[in-house]
Design a protein around this ligand. Structure first.
Ligand code: SF4
Length: 423
């Protein structure tokens, strides 16, 4: 086993996120076109953007896998031939991710040399299922999140040696079997199986007696109610060695609809963890990794199904919101050594005197204080009120932050801070 045998696979919800996770150390990205991948609430890629994104990734020796994993109905498949041919022959993806056997067969017929990964939506949970797909020509299985680490150890030696195994190592869980869920369709008409989940599993619920619909009876876990379907997120940063030694080939980070900051942070942390494991040094979890993961959007963390059926412990029964301890105030876009000014693209309001956390592609930087701010005309300002505005900042220490560095302010979970309205 060597360094290159474990892949850090990051979400690329759009072109910006693709470039960001590549800067933060992804070996591969997964992405979607506008129609056939789950996650319709991510911006996804137009054909032009997909060509640009895959070309950019290949220039940086990063692989691109394109999701075509919707539960395809008859009207979905009319355009699928064109999409398969485009993804393979024009965009030049390294693989497609599918779950529908019919889509799988069509890919094999049209582009027999294109690698096919079996999506977690196919819910493969055992070696027989893996080998079935290997016999059909699949090169990789994205195992269901419901497979334990012990089962993974048993599965791996029984596999067709051509197969690689991908596991979700970080990110959101479903209360159902990896998205096979009708809750959202039932409540909102938005199908989880076509990428439009409204996440009703995160909502609070009451019991209602059929003849007295106006009388909602609370289901009380505590005074705040209960959120009985609301799963915690997976975070396996404490268990990277066990994951590697159990035979996983690719560490998948969930989150194409989450922001670039989240994707960058998770990619950096797992990149460094994998590199640390293969460095020959004793593997220890760096406390800075946990600080980073605590600062991004997440629900309470858990180890999902990896160590046992998590049962009641998998749910957050007290709250439906994300923990969101930090919010991004800008992304660094340049540095002028002669003035010591950083050029920044605004994401939320920053004030003179604010202290910011720094997330940078390589290495670490202690928090910095913004001592002066300027607008694009180099006029002195005391805050950065306009969305996406370009501004310049001077920090209290003279450091050079590279492009795509995120600067953020600590938020307040309990206050549910709305960053853009902070005054
Ligand atoms: S409603 Fe919840 S459990 Fe169902 S698919 Fe959506 S996120 Fe998953």
């Amino acid at each position: 086993m060597n360094r290159s045998s474990i892949e850090v696979l990051s979400p690329a919800g759009d072109l910006e996120k693709l470039k960001t996770v590549i800067a933060y150390g992804a070996d591969a990205v997964y992405m979607s076109g506008k129609e056939f991948g789950l996650r319709t609430f991510s911006d996804n890629f137009s054909h032009e953007e997909m060509i640009e994104g895959i070309s950019y990734a290949h220039e940086h020796n990063v692989k691109c896998y394109v999701t075509m994993n919707i539960m395809a109905h008859e009207d979905d498949i009319e355009k699928i031939d064109d999409e398969i041919l485009f993804v393979a022959n024009v965009a030049k993806a390294d693989a497609v991710i599918v779950s529908d056997p019919g889509v799988f067969r069509r890919v094999r017929q049209l582009v027999p040399n294109l690698e096919i990964h079996i999506s977690t939506q196919a819910n493969v949970t055992n070696s027989m299922g893996c080998n079935f797909w290997a016999d059909q020509g699949a090169s990789r299985i994205v195992l269901a999140r419901e497979v334990s680490l012990e089962q993974l150890r048993q599965i791996k030696p029984k596999l067709n040696p051509k197969l690689t195994i991908e596991c979700f190592i970080h990110g959101a869980m479903c209360v159902s079997y990896s998205g096979r869920c009708l809750l959202s369709s039932y409540f909102t008409g938005r199908s989880a199986n076509k990428g439009s989940c409204a996440q009703p599993c995160r909502w609070g619920y009451y019991v209602v007696e059929e003849k007295r619909l106006e009388d909602t009876l609370p289901i009380e876990q505590d005074q705040r109610g209960t959120y009985i379907f609301n799963s915690k997120d997976i975070c396996m940063i404490d268990h990277v060695p066990e994951m590697i030694e159990s035979g996983v080939d690719s560490f998948k980070i969930e989150g194409r609809i989450k922001g670039a900051y989240y994707a960058a942070a998770a990619t950096k942390v797992y990149r460094e963890a994998v590199d640390k494991y293969f460095s020959g040094e004793k593997y220890e979890v760096d406390s800075r990794w946990k600080d980073i993961l605590d600062k991004v959007v997440h629900r309470d963390y858990s180890t999902g199904f990896f160590f046992d059926n998590p049962g009641q412990d998998a749910k957050i029964v007290y709250d439906k919101s994300y923990n969101k301890p930090a919010f991004v105030v800008g992304v660094i876009d340049g540095y002028d050594a002669s003035t010591g000014l950083h050029k920044v693209s605004q994401r939320n309001k920053l004030f003179v005197g604010d202290t910011v956390n720094v997330l940078t592609p390589k290495g670490y930087c202690e928090p910095l204080k913004a001592v002066s701010l300027y607008n694009e005309d180099m006029e002195v300002i005391d805050s950065t009120p306009h969305a996406q505005m370009t501004y310049y900042v001077k920090f209290d220490r003279d450091v050079e932050l590279s492009k795509m560095t995120f600067i953020s302010r600590d938020g307040d979970k309990d206050a549910g801070i709305a960053p853009s309205t902070r005054a």
